[in-house]
Design a protein around this ligand. Structure first.
Ligand code: ADP
Ligand code: MG
Length: 415
């Protein structure tokens, strides 16, 4: 039974970095996946977002490289594939952090970066390369990247890679890495179309690790909403929340136009923020995220498109300035807070016309989200009530169905 990091067969220099990173003990997925990977097995792992999957593959990879040190300089030995550039950067950052006390070289190869920059990287000795599939494939085709030395192939967020249409590219990359010893595949879910076939082709008799996290690792998101009469009212609510309640917040906005308008409002109030939106040059996106990550600013404005694939730790608040178009996007948004067992808060700002969506979201979450008020900023309009049309029933019939429902529930509990 693995309870502490010391229970894992990791070298002292890695344990020291873990301690410095502030990780007290392995998460469920880490405790299960790391021993299998160190045992030389392929690993097929799934665990919800925010449960520490990155370290679950980075730590055994670092240990492996130390157990079997390279004799000569040369190309990469471990290849980590991620669906997006941001994620690649983040995984590399986490790997660098955990490799602080080693001499291992870790690089990223992603789109949106000048070829020259990569040329410099490719000329050096690399131990771990974190890459997005598209750009890496280009280099392989141009014979600028050599997969023959790859010993471990790791796929992060495999479900999202499939969603984004990377399956053929990943298959080809897998072929390029055919001399590898081990393959590790991590995913938030293993359900969904195509995942099974995809994993079957890539992995060889894998150890399956399905880590439904224990209660302490489950998300603790406290939610509420404020009603707003007008856009100005919404802005006032947001200002209040940002200045008096939140520490680090992501604010989701529906469109680029609205994001620009909101930015102007916040700037005029001296609330500093960074922002990301679709079709933004890569370096500016990276820059914005870096400023938010390192705490230069504590507010990040984002559209849903831009926020895809970004994973920023330690967000205290997710604020839905606009509600999304669908309830599952809402779940993705609020999942960005309360990572790795921390508490998080999600606040939605709801105008009268948003009320049906807010109701739908609650049905989808199977959870009631309560309204809260801020002094002096109460909504003046009456809360609209949208009722679903129901078949008219006599009160006797209603009573009957109620009772039956109860009975069924009772029986269910009994088994
Ligand atoms: P996932 O990939 O499962 O969504 P991440 O690997 O991004 O999750 O980890 C989420 C956050 O939890 C990160 O900020 C990471 O640094 C932190 N974390 C990872 N492992 C631990 C641990 N054992 N203890 C505390 N925090 C951890
Ligand atoms: Mg992850």
């Amino acid at each position: 039974m693995i309870r502490t990091f010391a229970d894992l067969d990791l070298d002292p220099n890695i344990l020291q970095a873990i301690e410095e990173a502030g990780f007290d003990r392995p998460t469920h997925i880490q405790a299960q996946a790391i021993p299998e990977a160190l045992d030389g097995k392929d690993v097929l792992a799934s665990a919800p977002t925010g449960t520490g999957k990155t370290a679950a593959f980075v730590l055994p990879a670092l240990q492996y490289l130390q157990d079997f040190p390279r004799r000569n300089p040369g190309p990469a030995r471990i290849l980590i594939l991620t669906p997006t550039r941001e994620l690649a950067i983040q995984v590399a950052e986490q790997a660098k952090l955990l490799a602080t006390h080693t001499r291992l070289n870790i690089f990223t190869i992603t789109g949106g970066v000048q070829y020259q920059e990569h040329a410099d990287i490719l000329a050096q000795t690399q131990d771990i390369v974190v890459a997005t599939p598209g750009r890496l494939m280009e280099y392989i085709e141009a014979e600028r990247f050599d997969c023959r030395a790859i010993e471990w192939l790791i796929l992060d967020e495999a479900d999202r890679m499939l969603d984004m249409g990377f399956a053929p590219t990943v298959d080809r990359l897998s072929g390029e890495c055919r001399w590898r010893k081990q393959t590790l595949l991590f995913s938030a879910t293993l359900e969904g179309k195509g995942v099974e076939g995809f994993t079957a082709d890539l992995l060889n008799n894998p150890a399956k690790v399905d880590a439904e996290p224990p209660r302490r690792e489950r998300k603790k998101i406290t939610q509420w909403y404020h009603r707003a009469d007008t856009l100005t009212h919404k802005n006032d609510l947001l200002k209040k929340i940002l200045t008096e309640q939140s520490e680090r917040a992501i604010v989701f906005v529906k469109t680029r136009e609205r994001l620009a308008a909101l930015r102007a409002v916040l700037e005029s109030e001296q609330i500093e923020c960074a922002w990301i939106q679709g079709e933004m040059p890569q370096d500016r996106r990276n820059n914005a995220i870096a400023r938010f990550r390192d705490g230069t600013v504590n507010v990040l404005l984002a559209t849903d498109v831009a926020a895809r694939g970004i994973d920023i730790p330690d967000i205290s608040h997710v604020i839905n300035y606009d509600l999304p178009r669908t309830a599952d996007v809402f779940v993705h948004r609020i999942g960005r807070t309360a990572r790795a067992g921390k508490k998080g808060i999600a606040i939605s700002l709801v105008e009268a016309h948003d009320q049906p969506m807010m109701d739908r979201i609650q049905r989808y979450l199977k959870e009631e989200v309560k309204e809260r008020f801020i002094d002096g900023l109460r909504a003046k309009h009456k809360k609209p009530i949208f009722k679903k049309k129901k078949k008219v029933k006599t009160s006797a019939a209603k009573d009957k169905t109620k009772k039956q429902g109860k009975k069924q529930r009772k029986n269910k509990g009994k088994r």
